[in-house]
Design a protein around this ligand. Structure first.
Ligand code: FES
Length: 105
């Protein structure tokens, strides 16, 4: 099976508890560094479609900048009442100091 991981950027380009938007294969993805673990989620809130970039990251959760729904970066599940729909998540890995994300082609 073909390797579908895409190399993105060196790990040091993304500071702890910050995020960076990327576009891979037509997908708008937000790469997040939560305590130096890397996660990738769809860069769109499932409540009212706001972008999630710039959202505060704490302990494996990102908060939507618009109304504050917190999404679990590990599985995309939201906390609270505003939405019950998870955001899509993408597998990540670090190879040779670079963050890579797996996207279906
Ligand atoms: S648009 Fe994200 S919480 Fe409302």
């Amino acid at each position: 099976m073909a390797d579908q991981y895409h190399r993105l950027f060196p790990t040091e380009e993304l500071a702890k508890n910050s995020s960076k938007p990327v576009e891979v294969g037509g997908h708008n993805i937000l790469v997040c560094n939560a305590n130096n673990e890397f996660y990738a989620i769809e860069n769109q809130c499932t409540h009212q479609a706001s972008k999630l970039e710039g959202g505060r990251i704490r302990n494996c959760f990102i908060s939507c900048p618009l109304h504050g729904v917190r999404f679990d970066l590990r599985d995309g599940h939201p906390k609270g009442e505003l939405t019950k729909i998870p955001v899509k998540t993408y597998p990540t890995r670090v190879v040779d100091g670079y963050v890579e994300v797996e996207v279906d082609s």
